[in-house]
Design a protein. Structure first.
Lengths: 500, 156
């Protein structure tokens, strides 16, 4: 393991990769700050650029963007009470009230230190957990992988559906349908291509991500007549206050951070849960842990109330990399985008990544830690200035997002068919978003579609067409039972709980 | 009978799944693969059925958490304007080249969205695209075919 860490450090600390972490964190912070534009959009916009790099550099850039976007989300939560990402909603409960008391600088500092500490502790967990889980996952077989993929899709659908599980499941099926377009991987038989050569290689992953996130988010902002930058225009550099923390505040953070890190990391590892649930659970847990006097301060600018969700959401980000790096199965929409990018580089994540491409495996883990340092020493002091950049009017912002999306897709194929298809998918996605049909399950399903079919194919061929592979092994049974539990719980929650 | 927009979307998805399933059955597989436990159309057929089941459930079951959207506040004009502009961009990019079509696309989108600061409109279009193209060529070695720049002798 030490050798691996050194390889990772050597790769991550090269001048080029350090620059990428900085660029990633910086641009991620800017994009993440904009309400509505989260890490998935930020990463999606970066994908076409990363294809010019080697896989390690590309992944390091995307990991930096991911952390930067989460940090940027916290900033807008605190400064303008408009969380850039769902994972930072809990931060606004106490961050914004503290900012209103003239202590925005302090709230930002608490968020930054907590994020750093949460990220650091969880990076250590990741260092320990990922190789061990890689070894364990070598014993997984096709039926287990197939089951895990269904579990991941069901869990993401359950957690991102806002009570509309069936809507999320329709999006899962739509994602899998889009993934089935193109030649069959084994027999090369064309499917759903309608004799169109442009469809024979299938629909590009970048196209679908750009269309469903970057482009459709931009269109949604215009369609709903929102102005995400309006509140940012009111930010004054002089109102932020000091970023220095006193002894009492530091003491409170010292007790909060370890427990929130552990909770965040565990939640992050679970498929579908991610930073949003981790931050809410950490906020709730912290409220139960503190004394009555401190409990009264919750919602009014409590230090613990900012530190807990911030620590947990960063720890969950690291945790979400565990299933991606060790099983090759992303547990969230954001890591699904990263999996798509990895596959684009010709790398198949999974238990063997640890052995076949140790430099990628370890450099990503090490760059996460470097990313945390960059966020702390570079982005925190620059926040007032970055926040001013956000005052860019939407009349310029939206066309520029559309420009990057269109260019990104054009650079992949150099034909206009992909542009038309992207516009079509983006328009459909905009309408679907309007009626709360969630997009993360669609992306996850699109990325997993090929792998899922492959594992189902192997499982059915091994069992000679019988579906008994689903209960032949204890591990597969456990996975299937978990899926049944999630589906059952969702049905109960949707149709019975309210009536009782 | 009034049907909610979400149910209408589910109904459309039901029809789409039915068409997908029909097309899945039409996939031509090799003769020796026809009765295999798994062939090129097996997975799409399962997906078609899954789509039918989930959309039918949504249509049949009562909506527990309906989404209400005030259609009057939506900005159709600007959104449709941008979509048309993107289609026009797709139509012109191969003929006019990246530089000209992208710059004009940006200028037109700023104007559609109501921007009237002409200096910024200019800076964030033609010079911006030129710098972006230079970065693509210089840093990422990505060559963008551009008939317009070739015609005026800037690109080889």
């Amino acid at each position: 393991m030490i050798e691996g860490i050194l390889i990772g450090l050597q790769t991550a600390l090269s001048f080029k990769n350090l620059m990428m972490v900085m660029i990633g964190c910086f641009s991620g912070t800017i994009i993440g700050m904009l309400p509505g534009l989260g890490p998935m959009t930020a990463i999606a916009l970066m994908i076409p650029i990363t294809y010019g790099f080697d896989p390690s550099t590309g992944l390091i850039l995307m990991a930096g963007v991911y952390y930067g976007a989460v940090f940027g989300g916290s900033t807008s939560s605190i400064l303008i009470n408009a969380p850039g990402v769902p994972g930072t909603v809990a931060t606004s409960f106490d961050g914004y009230p503290m900012a209103q008391q003239g202590k925005a600088g302090k709230a930002l500092a608490i968020a930054a230190y907590s994020s750093f500490a949460g990220g650091t502790i969880s990076a250590i967990f990741l260092l320990i957990a990922a190789p061990s889980l890689s070894l364990v996952s070598l014993s997984f077989r096709s039926p287990d992988y197939f089951g895990l993929m269904i579990l991941g899709l069901t869990a993401v659908a359950a957690f991102s559906s806002k009570g509309n599980f069936l809507k999320a499941m329709m999006m899962v099926v739509l994602g899998l349908m889009l993934a089935s377009v193109g030649q069959d991987t084994l027999s090369d038989i064309p499917r759903f291509t309608f004799d169109n050569m442009n469809l024979s290689d299938g629909i590009s992953f970048v196209l679908v991500v750009m269309a469903t996130f970057a482009m459709s988010e931009a269109l949604t902002i215009i369609f709903k007549a929102n102005d995400p930058t309006k509140a940012a225009k009111q930010i004054s550099l002089s109102q932020l206050g000091s970023i220095k923390l006193d002894k009492d505040e530091t003491k409170k953070m010292v007790t909060t951070i370890p427990r929130s890190s552990v909770l965040g990391f565990i939640i992050g590892v679970l498929p579908g849960a991610g930073a949003t649930i981790a931050s809410f659970l950490a906020y709730g847990m912290e409220r139960n842990f503190v004394n009555d006097e401190e409990k009264q301060k919750f919602g009014k600018g409590s230090v613990n109330g900012i530190a807990a969700p911030e620590t947990a959401n960063n720890a969950a980000c690291s945790g979400s990399f565990v299933p991606l790096l060790t099983l090759g199965i992303p547990g969230s929409g954001t890591t699904a985008v990263m999996l798509g990018a990895l596959l684009g580089f010709g790398i198949q994540p999974g238990p063997r990544l640890y052995q076949t491409n140790p430099e990628i495996f370890w450099s990503v883990i090490m760059s996460m830690y470097i990313g945390m340092v960059v966020l702390l020493i570079l982005n925190l002091p620059l926040i007032p200035y970055i926040a001013r950049v956000l005052a860019t009017p939407r009349t310029f912002l939206i066309p520029l997002i559309l420009f990057f999306s269109l260019t990104g897709v054009y650079l992949m194929s150099f034909n206009n068919f992909d542009i038309y298809m992207m516009i079509g998918i983006a328009v459909v996605a905009t309408v679907l978003r309007l009626y709360d049909f969630p997009m993360p399950p669609l992306i996850l399903a699109f990325v997993l579609g090929g792998l899922m079919e492959e594992n189902l194919r192997r499982s059915l061929l091994i069992s000679d067409g019988s579906w008994s592979f689903m209960w032949d092994r204890p591990l597969t049974i456990v996975i299937m039972l978990t899926i049944i539990f999630i589906v059952g719980w969702q049905i109960y929650k949707s149709f019975f709980k309210k009536k009782l | 009978m009034k049907i909610s927009p979400s149910k209408l979307i589910s109904l459309l998805f039901f029809v789409f799944s039915g068409y997908y399933l029909y097309t899945a059955y039409q996939i031509q597989v090799f003769a020796f693969d026809e009765n295999a436990p798994f062939n090129a159309k097996t997975f799409p057929i399962y997906l078609g059925f899954a789509g039918l089941v989930f959309s039918a459930l949504y249509i049949i079951l009562p909506e527990t958490n309906p989404t209400n959207v005030d259609l009057k506040v939506l900005d159709y004009k600007k959104t449709i304007g941008l979509v048309i502009l993107m289609i026009l961009y797709g139509l012109t990019i191969l003929r006019a080249g990246y530089f000209l079509s992208t710059s004009i696309f940006l200028v037109a989108s700023y104007i559609i969205l109501g921007e009237r600061k002409w200096i910024w409109i200019f800076i964030l279009s033609f010079p911006f695209v030129a710098i972006f193209m230079y970065l693509l060529h210089g840093l990422l070695n990505i060559y963008l075919r551009d008939p317009f720049l070739k015609y005026i002798g800037i690109m080889g």
